[in-house]
Design a protein around this ligand. Structure first.
Ligand SMILES: NC(=O)c1ccc[n+]([C@@H]2O[C@H](COP(=O)([O-])OP(=O)(O)OC[C@H]3O[C@@H](n4cnc5c(N)ncnc54)[C@H](OP(=O)(O)O)[C@@H]3O)[C@@H](O)[C@H]2O)c1
Length: 236
């Protein structure tokens, strides 16, 4: 693990930053003066390693597969002496191949649900006490997690996983009603990444600065907010 200077600016713990939106979030927070501890899974070299080389002690890299509870517990242990202004869980997957929920294999259904709905809550529960009393806990959701806005269907298993994630965060928020911290579910828009594909509506540069700005503007507003990359409320 790289050590980072605890005294310089705000600190974010970012889960899932090897590529795509997570890597762009790490870059954006660094550009805004934050120190970043971010996770990748496995031992391979990723875009985050290149970013870390360019930013010296302002980036710490940790290993975490969010679907492995023992790895979450080990990360909690390694970070026991640290505190963060923001915990943001970005890691997520979509189902392959695309199909209706009934067409999806049980194995694939479980993989997507465990990664997108169960694991973020395990991460939040295990790491929440590393977040300062007035800090923020955020999770990358999706506009597709909205039950109310689901007029056209499609991406059924992925949609279901993000809707489940939203519901689990609402339950978490209800259990932590007196918590001063901000809770956020973010819909980044449809963005050109490995997951979003080349035909997506937005480039990373059109989404991620807005996500960071939105999280900043929510800071200090207690309770759970389901908002998009422009700060607009998304219907549950
Ligand atoms: N792109 C979009 O249009 C869009 C829209 C709405 C919401 N989102 C959400 O935004 C987040 C990032 O999406 P993206 O477009 O950047 O996707 P991506 O390019 O496929 O990147 C997914 C990221 O999640 C990590 N990840 C996946 N499973 C993991 C696990 N078990 N443990 C730890 N990390 C894991 C990946 O790590 P590896 O490199 O190790 O695989 C990678 O860093 C996801 O939650 C996604 O659902 C994306």
């Amino acid at each position: 693990m790289t050590t980072i200077n605890q005294e310089s600016g705000r600190r974010v713990l970012l889960i899932g930053a090897s590529r795509g939106l997570g890597l762009a979030l790490a870059q954006e927070w660094l550009s805004s003066g934050w120190d970043v501890v971010a996770t990748v899974r496995g031992q391979g070299r990723t875009g985050l390693h290149e970013l870390a080389e360019a930013h010296g002690d302002r980036v710490g890299i940790e290993a975490l597969d969010v679907t492995e509870p023992a790895q979450i517990a080990a990360l909690r242990e390694r970070l026991a002496s640290r505190s963060f202004d923001l915990l943001f869980v970005n890691a997520g997957v979509t189902n392959q191949p695309e199909g209706t929920v009934a067409e999806t294999s049980t194995e694939e259904f479980v993989r997507v649900m465990v990664t997108n709905a169960l694991s973020p809550l395990r991460v939040v529960e295990a790491l929440q006490d590393l977040v300062t009393p007035t800090g923020t806990i955020g999770v990358m959701s999706s506009g597709q997690g909205s039950v109310a806005d689901n007029e056209n269907g499609g991406h059924e298993v992925y949609r279901g996983s993000k809707a489940a994630l939203n519901t689990f965060m609402r339950s978490y928020a209800a259990r932590h009603r007196d918590d001063q911290r901000t809770l956020a579910l973010i819909a980044p828009g449809w963005v050109r990444t490995d997951m979003g594909g080349p035909g997506a509506r937005l480039g990373i540069d059109e989404s991620i600065p807005g996500v960071v700005k939105t999280l900043d503007s929510l800071q200090g507003r207690t309770g759970l907010h389901y908002v998009d990359y422009l700060g607009r409320t998304v219907a549950w």
